[in-house]
Design a protein around this ligand. Structure first.
Ligand code: CTP
Length: 407
């Protein structure tokens, strides 16, 4: 049994939160309702009070509220913060760290997992500002129950309607009791994002990686009970909450950080887009232009994944190793060849010639190449692709345990 803070915000779907509340209780959880001021215009706090048999929190300023700094006390005590419905306004506040009421302060103060069920008009949902805020939150490890399509209260038909209460309750319960995982208690190292190779103090060679795929993998591994170290190159997205975040800039720095972090790791996933070449002689001063063309000499960087494979081959069991192969043609052949050449367990092959997958988008479609088989994962959110990759990693971990047991 868990304690869930149910945030209710000012959308027409607020009345459905009553059903969500009941559903959570039926599944054995305790609920404390936290309503924003506008939510109370849609549903009365007394309704939640009667159902939860707890005081409903509607304001930070009620007398007595600050006697034991309630948002901190609740923040420490809850196992989940679930917000249903979650308006565009509250999505924006959470994404940007604004804490001007009880619910938004609770979001910042808690370390419990957070799940949002957004609900709003379709155009609001599609707006770049809202999409960016949702992506920021997703990258931070916040979970979502996707809004459904259908008749909206504003009279439109489209996407934006609050998910059905049953679906919200199911998603919350699944989050609270993650499946029994082979990753529980294991140390997982994930690299993410691009690397920047400096040419001079103002210019660098980089790439379009956003870090999203690696962040989704790190968050999913953490959720399965792993201790996660995330080694991340320069990216504008915020990393999810994991045990350790190591920030690096260049391929050389990433090499050092990953090799050090993974010496006793159980799994290493190289999702970073590491530069293959770096300027041979970066200039300490800004390079001025001249009239003619310019030639830049580049040296090969060290192959981190290849070095991990070689270290494992030389020194014994070592971690499960997973790499990515971003290709535009002959994807599977190249991925298979890469797996063998680098001496790793799995290569996640990405056809980056399509606009809806690979770099800097929220979705991906991949093929997981192992020694035994190729498994294709159809186009879906990077969170789901991350789950499929980790399922595969778990199979490798389990097979290792059983072969050791049979020796
Ligand atoms: N990688 C690495 N160290 C590097 C370069 C890449 O660990 N210096 C890892 C990436 O994180 C990824 C995989 O290796 O997991 C990609 O393999 P790589 O051979 O670098 O492929 P690409 O650069 O995508 O392709 P190619 O070799 O064909 O240029």
């Amino acid at each position: 049994m868990s304690l869930i803070a149910l945030g209710v915000t000012g959308g027409i779907g607020a009345y459905k939160a009553v059903e969500v509340c009941r559903g959570l209780q039926k599944r054995g959880h305790d609920v404390v309702a936290v309503m924003t001021r506008s939510a109370t215009r849609f549903v009365g706090p007394v309704t939640f009070e009667a159902i939860t048999r707890q005081r409903v929190i509607t304001s930070q300023w009620r007398p007595g509220m600050n006697a034991d700094i309630e948002h901190i006390a609740i923040a420490d005590g809850i196992n989940l913060l679930l917000v249903a419905p979650c308006t565009a306004n509250v999505v924006g506040k959470f994404a940007n760290g604004i804490a001007d009421d009880f619910l938004s302060s609770l979001y910042l103060a808690t370390r419990a997992p957070v799940m949002l069920a957004p609900a709003m008009n379709s155009n609001m949902l599609a707006h770049e500002a809202v999409q960016r805020n949702l992506q920021t939150l997703a990258a931070r490890g916040v979970r979502f129950v996707e809004p459904g399509e259908g008749y909206l209260a504003c009279g439109w038909i489209g996407k934006g309607r609050l998910a059905e209460p049953d679906a919200i309750v199911d998603a919350a319960c699944a989050l609270l009791s993650p499946p029994d995982s082979a990753l529980r208690g294991r140390h997982v190292v994930v690299s993410a994002g691009p690397t920047y190779e400096d040419i001079d103090p103002v210019r660098y060679l980089g790439n379009r990686s956003s870090g999203r795929m690696g962040f989704a993998l790190a968050a999913a591994a953490r959720h399965r009970g792993a201790r996660v170290t995330l080694v991340v190159g320069p990216t504008r997205l915020e990393p999810p909450a994991v045990d350790e975040v190591v920030r690096v800039r260049s391929a050389a720095e990433m090499h050092e950080a990953v090799m050090a972090a993974s010496s006793a790791a159980d799994v290493v996933v190289m999702a970073a887009a590491v530069a293959d070449y770096t300027p041979s002689a970066p200039s300490a001063d800004k390079v001025a232009k001249s009239d003619g063309p310019m030639t830049l000499t580049l040296n090969r960087t060290r192959d981190i994944l290849g070095d991990l494979g070689a270290r494992r081959a030389a020194a014994g069991p070592g971690p499960v190793l997973v790499g990515f192969a971003a290709e535009t043609d002959d994807v599977l052949r190249k991925a298979r060849e890469k797996r063998v050449r680098k001496g790793v367990d799995l290569i996640v092959a990405n056809d980056v010639s399509q606009p809806d997958r690979g770099f800097d988008v929220a979705t991906n479609a991949v093929t997981i190449v192992s020694e035994q088989a190729d498994e294709s994962i159809s186009l879906q959110s990077k969170d789901r692709v991350a789950a499929a990759i980790l399922d595969r990693v778990e199979r490798v971990l389990r097979s290792r345990v059983s072969t050791t047991a049979h020796r």
